[in-house]
Structure formats: C-alpha cells, structure tokens
Design a protein around this ligand. Structure first.
Ligand code: ATP
Ligand code: MG
Length: 430
C-alpha cells in the first residue's frame, strides 16, 4: 500500500463531527465565522479519512491510476487546509480556498470511473459481474461521503450571500421552477447529442398546460393550481436540480432513441413496400439496393427534420404532507427487467466514457436527505421514475428567519430527517 504523508495520517486519526442540518442552517445564516472555524478542520479530517479508505479498497481498485489520482488530489486539499490559518471574522480568503476545492480539478466522478473500468477490464466481464454488487456498495459509500463533504463546502460558500429565503444551500424552493430549469438544460444536452429533443411538460403548479391528455388533470386538480404559500418547501435546490437534470436527460435520451428506432423501422417498411411495388409493376424483382439509393436520402432528411410522433416527457410534482414527489415519465421504450439492476450500477454502461452514474448518483442525493428514487419500467412503452423528497413540517421563510426567537416553531428539517441524517453521518464517520 502506498504511504500517505504524515499530515494526512494525523488528520485521518481525528474523529469527524456530525452536523445536524438545523445547526448548519443557523450557522450559515447567523454565524459564518463560527461555521468557517468548524469546517476548516472538518474538511481536512474527512478528506484525510477518505484517502485512507481509498488506499484500502479491494479488487485492485486501490492500485489503479484513477484511485491514486483521487488520493493525490484529496491529500493536497488536506495540505492546503492545514497550511491555512484558522479563519477569523473575515473569512473571504478561506471562502476562496473552498471554491478552489469545490472546483474539482481532478474530475473525481470520471477519474473514479476510469479506476472501475480498469478493474473491470483486468478482471474480465464474468469475474467483474461477481464483484459488481460489492463495487457498487463501495462507490455508494465513497460518493455519499463526497456529497457530505461538498455539502459543507458549498453551504459555506453560498452562505456568503445574504438571503431572505434560506441559509447557504438550504433554501425555500419552488419545485416547478427547478424542474423547468433542469428540463431546459437536459433538452439542450440531448439536442447536442442527437440533434433533437422532446418537449418537456412540467405539471404541478398550474404554470403549464399539458400538451397531451388535457383532461387527465382536470381544472380542479391540485396539479393545475399554484402552490399555496404555506406549502413552501425548504430543501437543497442545487441537489434537487441535479436529480431532476439526470432523470430528465435520461428520459429525453430514451424518447429520442425510441423515436429514431421507430423512424428507421417505418423507413425500412416503406422501402420494402416501394421495392415490392416496383417489382410487381415491372414483373421482375428490383434489387432493394436500388430502391434504397433512390428513396432513402430524401425520406430520411424529411423524416429526421420533423419529429412527429416524438412523445413529450412529463414531469409531474405534488406537495404532500410527508413528501414532495416528482414523477418523470417518458415513452422511450422502457428498460427490460433483466437490465434493471445494471441500470442502477455505477458505470454500468461499461463504455470508456466512464458514464453510467446518473441513476445511482441521483438516488444517493435523494437518500442523503431521507428521500429516495424509484424506477418503474414498462418494456415496450416507457419508464416512470419517482423522486421522493422528505418533507418536514416546514415553516414558510418568514418563520425560518425567526428561528432564534421561536425555537419550537423553527423547524428546518424534521426530527425524522435529522435522525436519518445523523445515521448518514454515522455512516460518514464510522
Ligand atoms: N428513462 C429511461 N428509459 C430507458 N432507459 C433508461 C432510462 N433511464 C436510464 N436508462 C438506462 O439506464 C442506464 C443508466 O442510466 P444512467 O443515467 O445511470 O447512466 P447513463 O445515462 O448511461 O450515463 P450518464 O452518467 O451520462 O447519466 C442508461 O444507460 C439507460 O440504458
Ligand atoms: Mg444518465
């Protein structure tokens, strides 16, 4: 095993601290210098502990170039932080340092992907299948720790901006607006990839009229009404955005992929019909190749430019008592049941882009806060993905600002959530 620097070893021996969300909320809003002092040490400790864990990974993962690069990167953060004096009242320089760390110059997700692909090709497909579940658990553990770490960093950076609707990255949010922003991003990513993307309907706050099935949600339905003020939802919008973007991009990709497959099928059928017509007229067989050359380019251009029959993706959301739920539905053909497990697996596609993290990372982001992501597929039709975001009995922002005066009403996250979070934190700080 490769040796770590003394500093990293020293920090790794210290214990890390669990931060209840309420405390982070309060510190981010009222006492940033104290938040800076607390996380200065904490981030160094957590990075050092991650380095130690990474070097103990099984299946040859610890020896891969990717893991070595990640360890090098995290060790350098420990050095930066330990050389940095304890933050004082003016923490601007410390915030700058955190921004450097958050930038993630090593592109950790892709680098870890490279490590997994290296192990996979060394073991061979059959043997990798035997250890896949365990590798996924290792990656769950690694990425949830990273979410926790980045949460602290992002929270401190964003707490620098005064805000009336929250504290740092914990904010009152409108799910419809987050979904619409994520949909725009997802669509443009898919246009870049495929040249076209389906419409995305966002239904739940009455801001959009559904393109199809207009009578499914009657005028009286709660989905077609604006969200009442007292129903406001405090969460971490940047993380909800991440989840929505990943799921909407998957849905748009599937919809376009399925549509293109159908177009090709129709073209093939049309060409066969043309060929057999011509053959019948000339009473002799026409080679299919000639009909293809004559007909295909014209039809192909025409059909590809007109995405007729490209069903929209729909994102429906609802504010319940316990959860805010989102359902992303597409008609992208679904996923065969035998492939479902692989879809949730990290880097499951096995291609050299080190892609295949959208689903597992979305679920991890939801679970981090006590929520979940669940996928239901109808092979041959489409996929529904449900996101459940744990919803505490949240006070509107006006009350959140009164936390110090009225502690009993000042609930930023429910006791259930804090309990779950501390469970997560225990997992984070074993
Ligand atoms: N809505 C969907 N319809 C059909 N297949 C889907 C859908 N969502 C996910 N999948 C399948 O699950 C696989 C894993 O999805 P995931 O988002 O984790 O990775 P990815 O999309 O391949 O890559 P990336 O890391 O860029 O998101 C996809 O490659 C696709 O085969
Ligand atoms: Mg994806």
């Amino acid at each position: 095993m490769r040796a770590l620097g003394r500093r990293v070893e020293d920090f790794a021996r210290k214990s890390c601290r669990a931060f209840p969300l309420e405390e982070l909320y309060r510190l981010g809003r009222d006492d940033r210098p104290q938040l800076a002092r607390l996380i200065h040490q904490e981030i160094a400790i957590r990075n050092a502990q991650l380095c130690k864990e990474l070097l103990l990974l099984p299946f040859g993962l610890a020896e891969t170039a990717g893991v070595r690069k990640v360890v090098e990167c995290f060790s350098s953060y420990v050095d930066w932080l330990s050389e940095f004096p304890a933050p004082s009242k003016d923490d601007a320089a410390f915030t700058e340092l955190l921004k450097q760390i958050l930038k993630d110059n090593a592109d950790i997700t892709r680098t870890v992907g490279g490590a997994v692909l290296e192990v996979r090709s060394a073991l061979g497909e059959a043997q990798y299948e035997e250890v896949r579940t365990e590798v996924d658990l290792i990656l769950d553990r690694f990425f949830i720790k990273r979410i926790g770490l980045r949460f602290l960093i992002q929270h401190h950076i964003e707490a620098a901006e005064a805000s009336s609707d929250g504290s740092g990255i914990i904010r009152s949010m409108e799910v419809g607006n987050v979904l619409r922003a994520a949909a725009a991003e997802a669509r443009s990513a898919v246009v870049e990839e495929f040249g076209l993307a389906p419409q995305v309907e966002v239904i739940g706050d009455g801001a959009e009229i559904p393109l199809v099935h207009t009578n499914t949600y009657a005028t009286g339905s709660s989905l077609s009404r604006p969200i009442p003020k007292q129903d406001c939802f405090t969460h971490v919008p940047s993380h909800v955005h991440f989840i929505c973007f990943q799921l909407l991009r998957n849905a748009c990709q599937a919809a376009v992929g399925n549509w293109k497959r159908r177009q090709c099928q129709e073209q093939r059928e049309l060409l066969l019909a043309v060929a057999s017509d011509a053959a019948a007229q000339q009473s002799q067989s026409v080679p299919l190749g000639r009909a293809t050359v004559a007909g295909f380019p014209i039809m192909s251009r025409k059909l590809m430019q007109l995405p007729e029959g490209l069903a929209p993706v729909r994102a429906i959301f609802a504010h319940g008592r316990e959860d805010v739920s989102i359902k992303v539905s597409d008609e992208g053909g679904g996923i065969p049941r035998s492939e479902l497990q692989q879809a949730w697996s990290y880097y499951g596609t096995g291609d050299d882009r080190a892609a295949g993290v959208g689903l597992p990372l979305s679920r991890l982001h939801a679970r981090y806060y006590g929520g979940d992501v669940v996928l239901k597929s109808m092979e041959g039709f489409g996929t529904d993905v449900y996101v459940f975001l744990d919803r505490p009995p949240m006070a509107p922002p006006r009350h959140l600002r009164d936390i110090s005066e009225t502690p009993s009403r000042a609930i930023t996250f429910s006791p259930r959530k804090i309990h779950r979070l501390s469970l997560n934190s225990r997992a984070l700080n074993p």
